[in-house]
Design a protein around this ligand. Structure first.
Ligand SMILES: Cc1cc2nc3c(=O)[nH]c(=O)nc-3n(C[C@H](O)[C@H](O)[C@H](O)COP(=O)(O)OP(=O)(O)OC[C@H]3O[C@@H](n4cnc5c(N)ncnc54)[C@H](O)[C@@H]3O)c2cc1C
Length: 494
């Protein structure tokens, strides 16, 4: 471990704010944890949505709270990229669609962050790229579907009906309460998703549909049956909430609004490294601008991606079973590649820019469709095994491969190309993976361990909720973590 620096490099304002609130210790004082950390004080690790909401809620309850964020901006996986694009255009590299979860909508409204329902414009031509062939279909012309061999009884149902048939209804199961290890749920968690669907008589066609449309691991053979059931129940809930919305001005408006409310309580560029717990509180050691600092508080809310929790040095260490649960978290790989173009030349041909392909890059989309400008942005978002392969390539090689594929689907790109930009979520040092998924047994055996408080430390993050990979999951986890802090504070006060 590096030598502790004698002088912290936080700004004077940050030092004063932190010192008055939670006792910013001189860096030489690493082992001088006060026996009693100040009452109603908390340090939140990570300024993704979960960390920001936890800090905001604690602030509203009168806690002295500070947020340590390793990146230079708040938001984590809510990331709107603006800088390299022309005409004020932006893209969403992370969270894009806002589902109608009532708590999430209430948060937007409380922060005065606007939402809109994207209007769908119809274009006269539709492009499909399959088996090396670019095909263009006119409006009304039948597009050959890749026939899924659904059985008659399945084909007579809509998507929601099929979900109910194989996974049950929301009247029978609450997706927020499946990890309580009830005996039937434990049994289903012990099955692969494929075994569960076979047991319930699903056809090969439905199994294919499930695997390609709502199985985060990308394979029914690896995903837990119960975890897939939770996905299906969540989808039923979200269908009931109506169409997803978008954030006015870009998704990062939400974390920026939260960070603004929190003011200088949010310390950016601060990488948490070590948590040392004492009788009533904890000291966090973090690095910022190459120097070490410490903050101590009565409560720690750990809102880092779950995969990064094992990298934190902890004293006392996490119990072995809990550490193992964190180490076993599986992630989905996603790469985003964006090509900025001088014009939306595809629109001039009557095409939307969106095209399904069987190329390794997957579906190609016009990312600029909802924004007014002359320039455009085409995007590709390969995921899973293909994304892992692409993530291992040097940027130049990755960009060339994706641009070549885009050129085949939307000829003319090379002449129109202004710049290429990419985000590989696996390679982001403070994220390491786009979303999490649960393998056999993990929902009932490991998920409860992931959210078990460790002394003064509670855990938040979308991975630690009923809806991993979604903002409302991150929000729900933050609310639970805050309730845990509040109840521990009350216990310590008595
Ligand atoms: C490609 C993609 C598309 C998505 N699309 C949608 C969508 O359409 N709709 C939707 O609802 N959700 C979507 N999501 C999911 C959504 O973005 C996440 O569920 C949510 O943002 C997670 O928030 P979080 O706070 O749990 O985690 P994160 O956002 O990962 O926040 C964790 C934070 O911890 C910080 N950190 C890490 N290590 C340290 C450290 N040692 N010290 C200090 N800070 C640290 C990180 O920098 C990060 O800011 C998408 C995500 C991705 C990747």
């Amino acid at each position: 471990m590096c030598t502790l620096s004698p002088t912290p490099t936080l700004s004077r304002r940050e030092v004063l704010a932190a010192a008055s609130a939670v006792g910013l210790l001189g860096c030489g004082a690493r082992s001088s944890l006060k026996p009693t950390a100040p009452a109603r004080s908390a340090v939140v690790l990570g300024a993704g949505l979960a960390g920001l909401v936890a800090a905001f809620e604690l602030m509203k309850r009168g806690f002295d709270v500070h947020v340590l964020e390793a990146n230079a901006q708040p938001g984590g996986r809510i990331r709107t990229i603006r800088a390299p694009f022309p005409d004020g255009l932006y893209v969403e590299a992370g969270a894009t669609h806002v589902v109608g979860d009532p708590d999430l909508l209430a948060l937007f409204s409380e922060l005065n962050v606007g939402l809109f329902e994207p209007a769908r414009r119809r274009w006269p031509k539709q492009v499909l790229f399959k088996r090396g062939q670019r095909s263009v279909f006119s409006a009304g012309e039948a597009i050959p579907e890749e026939d899924l061999p659904l059985r008659e009884d399945e084909a007579s149902l809509d998507f929601n009906g099929m979900l109910e048939k194989y996974f049950g209804t929301l009247k029978d199961h609450d997706p927020r309460k499946l990890d309580g290890a009830g005996s039937e749920y434990s049994r289903l968690d012990g099955l692969t998703a494929e075994q569960l669907l076979m047991e319930r008589g699903a056809s090969e066609g439905f199994r294919q549909l499930a695997e390609t449309s709502f199985c985060p691991s990308g394979s029914l053979k690896t995903m837990s049956g119960l975890a897939l059931m939770r996905e299906a129940l969540n989808i039923q809930l979200e269908i009931g909430w109506g169409s997803a919305r978008r954030v006015v001005g870009g998704s990062d408006t939400l974390p920026r609004a939260l960070a603004q409310r929190l003011g200088d309580r949010v310390i950016l560029g601060a990488l948490a490294r070590r948590i040392e717990q004492g009788a009533q509180g904890a000291t966090v050691t973090f690095t910022r601008k190459g120097e070490m600092h410490q903050l101590s508080a009565r409560h720690i809310v750990c809102a880092l991606p779950g995969t990064l929790v094992p990298r934190l040095e902890m004293a006392p260490v996490l119990p072995a079973a809990q550490l193992q649960a964190f180490s076993l978290i599986n992630t989905v790989s996603v790469v985003q590649v964006y090509a900025a173009t001088k014009t939306r030349y595809w629109n001039a041909r009557g095409e939307s820019g969106n095209a399904d392909t069987d190329l390794p890059v997957g579906r190609i989309k016009d990312e600029s469709a909802l924004q007014e400008a002359t320039a455009g942005i085409l995007g590709a978002h390969p995921s899973g095994a293909e994304s892992r392969r692409l993530s291992s390539l040097a940027d130049g090689v990755l960009h060339r491969e994706v641009i070549d594929a885009m050129e085949r689907v939307h000829p003319g790109l090379q002449d129109q190309l202004l710049s290429v930009h990419s985000v590989c979520w696996d390679n982001e040092p403070n994220i390491r993976g786009a979303f999490t998924w649960l393998g056999v047994g993990q929902l009932t055996q490991q998920q409860p361990l992931l959210r078990r408080p460790h002394g003064a430390m509670v855990f938040a993050g979308d991975y630690n909720s009923h809806r991993p990979g979604f903002m409302h999951g991150a929000l729900a986890s933050a609310r639970r973590a805050v309730a845990e802090v509040v109840s521990r504070e009350a216990m310590l006060a008595t």
